[in-house]
Write a protein that binds this ligand. Structure first.
Ligand code: ZN
Length: 1016
């Protein structure tokens, strides 16, 4: 072994040069990791295939700038040199470096690491005065030559570099190694890999543009990481996630500090960040460090409603001044893929003399415009494109990015649906002494998917099953999800089961049993059929169709009784949780009724069946008991899911609104909240309670996965479900977290039998990393809003816009509807339209300064006047008099579509009258139910009429004798269309609490049919 010195010239993030001398040891034998090796290298682990036409060695610059191209799985036989890897680490940071490392570990990518700098014969010391990049290229070249010689020339070796002089210089040496530029290489060896070439052009263009940029600073430099770290420790800076106000994206953002990371004890709310300069290049979702401004510069939240991008400076109304700060550094970028719209031609030319530089507008309003360098500006105008952010320098007003994939022309349905899905799911379940046994059986997915296998790695990367327009991306191969792991009727299937021995009277648990089982379902029920049986309706059970009438009736009675016991047990379990403080929350859910041509004929608020809730309750019970088991067995490394309590400040709106109606909402605990929501019922208007629940839902935070070792026990609590332990066990087919939990449970069972864990489990740290990764995947919008609401909201909005798009708001009766005011704002109010499950803003003041005024006949029009806002009402004053709009008042609004090119279309709501809407033939309101506590009762009230119309059709379909194969296997419910796919996306993203209403995905259903209760 030879010792030498290696000198590194590093640049600190402040631009200071640092010289580092390291001792460097050289060895004669460094493994080559090629299967063609004839020299007995100690090649452990991954080796390069011998089946490729050549090996390719990217130099440091290529590895640094074009990693995404090297990630194409088609490109095989890649030798990453140590030199190149270090260049990535030093110049691109930890994230990019980790990406390279996982690429090297991933068995599906044919690439290896060659430690060239430890190899005696390939290492070259840096020469005096030699620029770093030249030296790196030389190192890589020598490594390539060594590699070629080491394999005795059996395989052509190609080195790729962006350095044209190096191409010329080294090509002339004729050492058996081909030197090519990246573009030449792609054109020569991968001409059919069009996507790689396009990506190359896009990145190269972006790099050129960055090089030619001015040096004038637009923003303050970010502080270096070590300064930020020290500042956060000392309490000078606050760490948190940047959250941009969607309605005032350019002006207002908040930093939400994260639990224990806040050392500033006085800080008990978000920190406001005003304007672009203070935001200092942080993008929505980034983890940032902020410094508080002096108190004199603190400002309040804007409470006025903002319409479009209009400047309404004079009209701003602010709440109390709050903590206000500026971003001093970025701790972690959380950039994802964004959908942007390319501007029309006229705009591109005015933007820049160089027409290749485009400012594209992201669909997500919280994301700043992105500068993209492209040669396809003409071709792409008015198209929606997926882009990735590359950098945001202090000299640049906008971030730089490059395009990854074209989705299609804006406004076309397919493009729009894909846009929504990408923006919301990027990579998307037997009595004194009387006893009952209850069992939940879940497909034994991990029996088929071994840890670390290719299928496992792929599932882990996908994290969840997701959907794009008409396509469905399963987390697992179809042979598993549709067959082996689908608990079909009448066939043996492997399962993992939880069985409870319960006291039939008290439901006290006498015994719990966990284990692997072999099960055979007697019936494969779908929800509607199960509900029909429970309702005592006539329904045909396919499994019984062939039996003689007597036998059939007996079996049917037996089945119905089992369903009744199950329903009874679930109600009782639910009651137990309710007493513990479980929240019944409310989301605005609508269902679109489609005709044969998939046109939307009506929007109907959703009505969950009780059987949905029954199955959900059994799933919650199983998840809870599995969580208890794995946490007991692995106190430091079990994957659980918790739901932190909401922050008090988010309840302000709820409390203010409730007070206006004379109710007190107690938010001190989930129990107090649940109880006070139950009491807040206005017998004259059931909508009041429903709206208060909607507001409570909006105040909730996300449920998150965590590793038990990473979190103190008192934080394990699941607020919404009111359970001290919770995890995800019931959907291993569509969620990777459940697969981890299955493995933990299996290991716990093995340990109990004295076998000791067969395999070393993931450490707390590793598990926490996986938990974070899945959390990030699941989070459509970081912290801003619950993914659930967001996904639900956009899919709902799309259908609402499609519904109203072709209707003339002036003449079509369906565009006029009753609305309830639930929040008062400075220049208008937020209303809820029960008929369409729609929420939105109604402005009382327009840009001309006119206000809405009530006429004698109750109608409204615009007149010159003024506006006064109070806690529980808002009023306008004109020459004609004063009009008042109270909280929870019913008014009449007109709904029209306001088209938007870059973002989603939105609905515009205008006051028609400040009296309730008198629909032509629906004047007779049915009597209101008393003490309406259950959501089903409330929803039923609202949708009764719409439902009656759909019921017949529904029943008819229910009795349809034949279900398609796919319906039986995947859904067991009968509406496979675009809308139902969107619905599933929404459901997947749902909070655990809301999941009570929709245990409707594939995996759960297989299991769902298996939640059974029989008397013993
Ligand atoms: Zn070798």
């Amino acid at each position: 072994m030879i010792k030498t010195e290696k000198v590194l010239h590093l640049k600190s993030s402040r631009g200071r040069k640092v010289r580092v001398v390291r001792e460097h040891y050289l060895r004669e034998h460094v493994p080559c990791h090629s299967s063609l090796c004839q020299a007995q290298c100690a090649n452990e682990g991954k080796v390069l295939s011998g089946e490729v036409t050549h090996y390719v060695v990217p130099d440091a610059g290529v590895a640094r700038d074009f990693m995404e191209i090297l990630e194409f799985r088609e490109i095989q036989g890649i030798v990453f040199t140590q030199t190149a890897c270090q260049a990535v680490q030093h110049s691109r940071g930890r994230r990019q470096y980790n990406r390279l490392r996982s690429l090297l570990k991933d068995p599906r990518h044919d690439c290896i690491l060659f430690a060239n700098e430890f190899q005696e014969y390939s290492y070259c010391p840096r020469e005096k005065g030699e620029p770093q990049d030249k030296w790196q290229t030389r190192c890589v070249y020598h490594a390539a030559v060594w590699y070629h010689d080491h394999l005795a020339g059996m395989k052509p070796v190609v080195m790729i570099t962006e350095d044209q002089t190096a191409v010329a210089e080294y090509s002339s040496l004729n050492c058996g190694v081909y030197i090519l530029s990246t573009q030449e290489y792609l054109q020569t060896f991968w001409p059919e890999l069009q996507a790689a070439q396009e990506l190359y052009c896009s990145i190269a263009q972006s790099l050129r543009e960055r090089g030619s940029e001015g040096t004038e600073r637009e923003y303050t430099e970010h502080l270096p990481a070590e300064v930020l770290e020290a500042g956060i420790k000392s309490g000078r800076y606050i760490q948190g996630t940047l959250n941009v106000n969607k309605h005032r994206a350019q002006h207002e953002a908040f930093v939400r500090f994260e639990g224990s990371s806040n050392k500033n004890s006085e800080l008990n709310s978000d920190v406001l960040v005003c304007g672009g300069k203070n935001r200092n290049r942080a993008v929505h979702g980034d983890m940032v460090a902020v410094e508080l401004l002096p108190k004199g510069e603190w400002r309040g939240r804007t409470t006025a409603l903002t319409e479009g991008q209009g400047e309404e400076k004079g009209d701003e109304t602010q709440s109390q001044p709050m903590f206000t700060g500026r971003v001093v550094g970025i701790l972690q970028r959380n950039w994802r893929d964004y959908v942007v719209t390319f501007p029309p031609k006229e705009e591109t030319q005015s933007q820049s003399r160089n027409s290749q530089r485009i400012l594209a507008t992201p669909w997500d309003q919280r994301i700043p415009k992105i500068r993209i360098s492209t040669q396809q500006a003409d071709k792409l105008q008015d198209h929606r494109v997926i882009v990735r952010l590359d950098s945001w320098d202090s000299t640049s007003l906008y971030p730089n990015g490059h395009s990854v994939r074209v989705l299609g022309r804006a406004g076309e349905l397919e493009t729009e649906v894909q846009t929504i899905l990408i923006e919301n799911s990027s990579p998307p379940p037997r009595g004194g002494g009387q006893r009952l046994e209850l069992g939940v059986h879940i497909a034994d997915v991990t029996h088929f998917v071994k840890e670390g296998s290719l299928t496992d790695l792929e599932a882990r990367a996908r994290a969840t099953t997701y959907y794009l327009a008409d396509r469905r991306y399963d987390m697992l191969p179809a042979v598993l999800s549709a067959d082996l792991c689908s608990l079909l009727g009448g066939v043996d299937r492997y399962a993992v089961s939880v069985m409870w021995d319960l006291d039939a009277q008290t439901l006290a648990v006498n015994k719990v049993w966990y284990g692997r089982t072999l099960i055979r379902s007697s019936y494969q029920l779908y929800y509607e059929l199960a509900q029909a049986l429970l309702n005592g309706e006539e329904a045909e059970v396919p499994e019984l169709a062939q039996l003689p009438p007597g036998e059939r009736d007996a079996k049917l009675a037996q089945l119905t009784q089992a369903l009744e016991i199950l329903t009874h047990v679930a109600r009782r379990l639910r009651g137990q949780r309710d007493r513990g403080g479980a929240l019944e929350l409310e989301g605005v859910e609508v269902r679109a009724q489609l005709d044969e041509d998939k046109n939307i004929t009506a929007l109907v608020p959703r009505q969950p069946l009780e059987v949905h809730e029954t199955v959900a309750e059994c799933m919650i019970y199983a998840n809870h008991w599995v969580a208890r088991k794995i946490q007991e067995s692995f106190p430091q490394q079990a994957l659980l899911r918790h739901h932190p309590p909401p922050r008090q400040e988010f309840f302000n709106q709820l409390q203010d609104s409730a007070r206006a109606r004379g109710f007190t909402i107690d938010t001190r605990s989930n129990k107090a909240l649940a109880d006070s929501l139950d009491r807040a019922v206005d017998p004259r208007d059931p909508l009041v309670n429903r709206l208060l629940r909607v507001m409570a839902t909006m105040a909730m935070s996300n449920a998150l996965y965590f590793s038990t070792g990473a979190c103190p026990v008192d934080q394990y609590y699941h607020y919404g479900l009111a359970l001290d332990r919770y995890t995800h066990f019931t959907s291993p087919i569509r969620r990777y977290a459940d697969m981890i939990v299955h493995r933990l449970l299996t290991a716990a069972i093995a340990m109990e039998k004295g076998a000791g864990p067969a395999k070393v489990l993931a450490s707390n740290k590793e598990l926490e990393e996986v938990a974070q990764q899945i959390n990030n995947k699941n989070r459509a919008a970081q912290h801003a809003q619950k993914a659930a609401q967001h996904a639900q909201k956009v899919s709902t909005e799309l259908f609402q816009c499609l519904y109203f798009r072709d209707k003339d708001p002036e003449t079509d009766e369906r565009c006029v509807a009753d609305a309830v005011i639930y929040t008062i704002r400075a220049n208008g109010m937020l209303v809820f339209i029960p008929q369409y499950g729609l929420k939105g803003a109604v402005y009382l003041k327009n840009r001309e300064g006119q206000v809405v005024s009530e006429r004698q006949d109750g109608g409204c029009d615009w007149q010159t006047g003024s506006l006064q806002r109070y806690l529980d009402h808002i009023s306008t004053t004109t020459a004609a008099g004063t009009s008042t709009f109270n909280l929870f008042q019913h008014i009449t609004v007109r709904i029209s579509v306001q088209p938007s090119r870059c973002h989603s279309n939105t609905l515009r709501l205008e006051v028609v009258s400040n009296r309730p809407h008198q629909a032509p033939e629906t004047q007779a309101q049915p009597p209101q139910p008393q003490g309406a506590r259950g959501r089903s009762q409330l929803v039923q009230e609202v949708v009764r009429q719409a439902e009656e119309a759909s019921q017949q059709a529904e029943e008819k379909r229910c009795r349809a004798p034949k279900l398609s194969k796919e319906e039986r296997e995947f859904r067991q419910s009968k509406s496979p269309n675009l809308y139902s796919l969107l619905e599933e996306v929404r459901e997947m993203a749902l909070l655990d609490l809301a999941a009570c209403g929709g245990a409707g995905g594939g995996g759960d259903l297989g299991a769902a049919a298996q939640a059974c209760a029989t008397s013993a």
